[in-house]
Design a protein. Sequence first.
Length: 478
Amino acid sequence: MKLSALALLSLAAGTQATHEYRAHHAKRQAPGSPNAPVSTITTAASTAHSSNAGPSAVNPSSTTGTGSAATNKPTPTGPPLYPIPPPQGNVPPLSKITSGMPSVATQPVPTTYKPGASAPIEGAPPLPTAFVFRQADWPPQDTIPDTNSPEVQAWMKELDGIDIPNYKPTVDGSCGGDPAAAADAQNRGWWTCGGWTRDTDVTACPDKYTWGVSFDDGPGFYTQQLLSYLDEKDIKATFFVVGSRVIERPNVLIEEYMGGNEISVHTWSHKHLTSLTNEQIVAELGWTRKAIKDVLGVTPTTMRPPFGDIDDRVRAISLAMGMVPVIWTRTPSAGQFDTNDWKVAGGVVTGIDSFNSFQGILGNASIIDTGFIVLQHDLYDITVELATGYTLNAAQTHNPPFTLKPIGQCMSIPSSDMYRESNTNKTFPAKPVSDDAVSGHNAGGGSSSASLNAAATGTLPGLAVLLSFTIVLVQALF
Ligand SMILES: *[C@@H]1O[C@H](CO)[C@@H](O)[C@H](O)[C@H]1NC(C)=O
Ligand SMILES: *[C@@H]1O[C@H](CO)[C@@H](O)[C@H](O)[C@H]1NC(C)=O
């Protein structure tokens, strides 16, 4: 329990830092971006700049936002931009969904599936022997695993003969923390600083009005509640799971997988991957892959970098290990498809704020030519309630309605190819290539190097907020 609390704290801290740094960086880029909603960006950027301090010291009185201003205090803000829908199921009214709300009871995990049960995937092995956790078998939870272990040393061989770009790890995975790397972001395909992607990345469902549904950071205490809702509505999702959580709640992972959802790798300790050495990246991906394999009998062929923090070095390692990177949608004109649900859990914005920005996502999703992938989380009760009470329903009742699919399915990747054991496609995942053999483009495919980093339209949480987040999480866990 203590260890998972630490993980949450580091996750909170890391997320905080990233978002602040993004705001700094957006200032340099936004003016050159023809599609940028300039007034919003300028406000956000100049506020961030005016503190003239390191990113961890952003002026706590900064206010920015997309109409309903977010402040450093988790207080409700102006009138909602959209009608507040009635909640679905037992979820509280949106106005009550805010940091510090009472936690809902967790649902017990039905242990419906026994070892030997047939897999829901053609060609995949049956469920293996029930997982038994032994500390000696695993690295400590929520820390970067030791790279000298025989396991990591063996996995390092998967990189043999692969051209891994020789970039020094970034300082902390943020643009502000490493200005030299940030200046080279386009060249190294660094998503964090400008949304640079490569053709090998999955970033959006191709079909318009199609939402690739994904939940990160579980399996958590409230994931079962989410799974019950998804079942009831016949929605399947992609779960990007953290290895340290998988070994805590293997039965929840089994419920996800056997229920027809897709399982993908989201690292062992949720660090910024660009800030790690090659060996550490291999360790983070390798241990998570192994945890999933031990519980389910299958090895995902996809992964999502925490915070979206990927560059060509991380990409090449990931592909060399047989995992295709999957990020969430981010375009110069429509911004990032991040529900900001984690900011509600952190007390930075209210449930109403988050739902308003989600309505913005749906609005933007109606404008872009393709479908999209949205970032949500199943780690906190608040984020699960936003999903089950509001966002998923809003998408289904939208006019025209959105089609909700797990990401592999929306990409028309056969479900068997989502796992190594059942994959029949010899060119998937694609072999990693050297960075000068691929053409870079920013998210959205525009040719402008001044890509809009829409995170700047979000909020600039201060240290006080991080502290309150910390307290809330500690309260929730102890
Ligand atoms: C959607 O579009 C609006 C208006 O163009 C913009 O302010 C907002 O940042 C966009 N992105 C999201 C994710 O809402
Ligand atoms: C195999 O994977 C590649 C991408 O690596 C893809 O372009 C191709 O369509 C896939 N083939 C099948 C039959 O799915």
